[in-house]
Design a protein around this ligand. Structure first.
Ligand code: AHR
Length: 531
């Protein structure tokens, strides 16, 4: 009897131990996906801001920094590798003061203007329409042009489109030819204004809705070009803006934008630092990033009311972490470090946007080089890849794959630091804390399924089991399993130590009877494929 009891206790404790170890479970309905994860969720944003374009991308053909036609070779190569689907330009706030005619013709004749938004520095217009569109071609991205509505005119915008896209005989098409480009460009993504409620004109929603209708009338399709028109949307939780725009103008737009920046600090006046910040600011940054789900969900609800057929896309065309500028840099240049925390903000934000693939089909992280949550950082001739760069590289598996519906049973990690994050917004939290695991599961054209799985916990390894239903999986795709981690919550890459945070082979995956179990170190991301 005694032996029997001992065995029973051993079995039960073992069983309860298993239950505890397996609280993170995800049911994967591999045969039930319907929504395509548009590759355009993985877009970038490059504004005339600080060292984003000048120095970061464009050094000019006479520079000593190795370049191809004036574009830094190191940056070009790094960006090509990411298979960037689209890139937004020239702003941002800059776009609503930009006059496209300043940026064409011989560079030495172009006027010098003041970049009033970003540091008041001289803008010599040496990077203009031709330079941007060639850059997009070189990295293989679709251009996303943001037109000036705030201080421009419908005529000016209309002429810019003609200049870029008309293949017949006209004064402007011929001017384009004189300036070195025979063939018209194809321009698909076309933004009509940027943050028109703020730096793009301080308009009311009703006023902008009328402006949108007016401008879009003159956003013409020349030759066989076919514009995808994006209305300037709201910031985080301004649902009334979306409501007004959808009510007044949904019939003439392809997308409405949403901007959301994750701020770990107290708010816009003190956003927190980007290096050496420790656990509290790690948590607050991650928590702030996860609020994107709330904002997308509620903007979608408004859109569903006016557009149940989901013809209008929600374009999250500015997102990412925004911290205080690095000490010693021009505060108008928005330069910040990029840590493993920021990589996990990127991975969890991409998971959120993927999970809303029915409506979110375009997004642009801010901003590609040297500004905000950048992919690469440069210093003179040196360049480093940021932790966020590696996330975008690891997430390529989801480009144009089918989103696999999942059912999550994930533990939560709770702290006392929710309040400072949500107090910026008028938000009631459904649940305190953060889920310890964030993931996306997708199926590619070859029928393989890929998992990107982040352990957001700052201190603990997590085990998570994916139970795959509706598909037989036999093995891990060779070479697909990679881990991105850092030795602390604020690990960064520096010019002295550029590879501290970089992907490495991952070996802690077990596949058994259709169950994939991953053991993931604290604050890390794993990508893995099954076939
Ligand atoms: O990305 C920096 C700025 O943030 C953009 O210019 C503006 O649109 C937003 O406020």
């Amino acid at each position: 009897m005694k032996n029997f009891l001992l065995i029973l206790i051993a079995v039960l404790s073992n069983y309860s131990g298993q239950l505890l170890a397996q609280t993170n479970t995800v049911i994967v309905n591999a045969d039930q996906g319907t929504d395509n994860i548009s590759e355009h969720i993985y877009g970038q944003f490059s504004e005339h801001l600080g060292r984003g374009i000048y120095e970061g991308i464009w050094v000019g053909p006479d520079s000593e920094i190795p370049n191809q036609e004036g574009y830094r070779t190191d940056v070009l190569n790094a960006l090509k590798e990411l298979q960037i689907p689209n890139i937004r330009w020239p702003g941002g706030c800059f776009a609503d003061e930009y006059s496209w005619r300043d940026g064409i013709g011989p560079r030495e004749d172009r006027p010098v203007r003041i970049n009033t938004h970003w540091g008041g520095v001289a803008e010599d217009n040496s990077f203009g329409t031709h330079e941007f569109l060639r850059f997009a071609e070189l990295i293989g991205a679709e251009p996303y042009i943001s037109a000036n509505v705030g201080s421009g005119s419908p005529a000016e915008m209309n002429k810019w489109i003609e200049y870029m896209t008309y293949d017949g005989e006209s004064e402007l098409a011929n001017l384009r030819r004189e300036n070195g480009r025979d063939e018209p460009w194809k321009i698909k993504f076309f933004g009509i204004g940027n943050e028109s409620w703020g730096c793009g004109g301080t308009m009311t929603a009703d006023f902008y809705a009328n402006q949108y209708r007016l401008y879009q009338t003159y956003a013409k399709n020349y030759s066989d070009n076919d514009l995808f028109k994006i209305a300037s949307g709201s910031n985080d939780l301004d649902y009334k803006w979306t409501e007004t725009l959808m009510r007044e103008a949904a019939g003439s737009m392809d997308a409405i934008s949403l901007h959301y920046y994750s701020i770990p600090g107290e708010g816009w006046s003190d956003k927190g630092v980007s290096a050496n910040f420790g656990e509290e600011m790690y948590y607050r940054g991650i928590k702030a990033g996860l609020l994107l789900d709330e904002f997308i969900t509620r903007h979608k609800t408004v859109m569903d009311k006016y557009d149940p057929a989901k013809k209008v896309v929600l374009a999250v065309d500015e997102w990412g972490i925004w911290t205080n500028p690095l000490e010693g840099t021009n505060p108008g240049f928005l330069e910040q470090q990029n840590s493993i925390r920021d990589a996990l903000i990127a991975s969890s934000s991409l998971d959120i946007m993927n999970s809303h693939a029915d409506r979110v089909k375009l997004a642009n992280i801010a901003q590609t080089v040297n500004v905000l949550q950048a992919m690469v950082i440069t210093d003179g001739p040196k360049m480093l890849l940021t932790p966020t760069y590696h996330v975008f590289n690891m997430y390529k598996v989801h480009h144009n794959a089918t989103l696999i519906p999942v059912f999550n049973n994930i533990d939560r990690y709770e702290t006392e630091w929710d309040e400072p994050v949500v107090s910026r917004f008028d938000l009631e939290l459904d649940e305190p804390g953060i889920p310890v695991i964030s993931s996306t599961v997708s199926k590619d054209k070859e029928g393989r399924i890929h998992f990107t799985v982040s352990n957001l916990h700052p201190n603990d390894t997590q085990e998570v089991t994916f139970e795959i239903r509706g598909m037989n999986v036999n093995k891990i795709v060779q070479g697909s399993a990679k881990l991105l981690t850092g030795n602390s919550v604020d690990a960064i890459n520096t010019f002295n130590n550029p590879d501290q945070v970089q992907p490495a082979a991952y070996k802690d995956a077990k596949l058994n009877n259709g169950k994939l179990t991953l053991k993931i170190p604290k604050h890390s991301l794993v990508v893995i494929g099954l076939e």
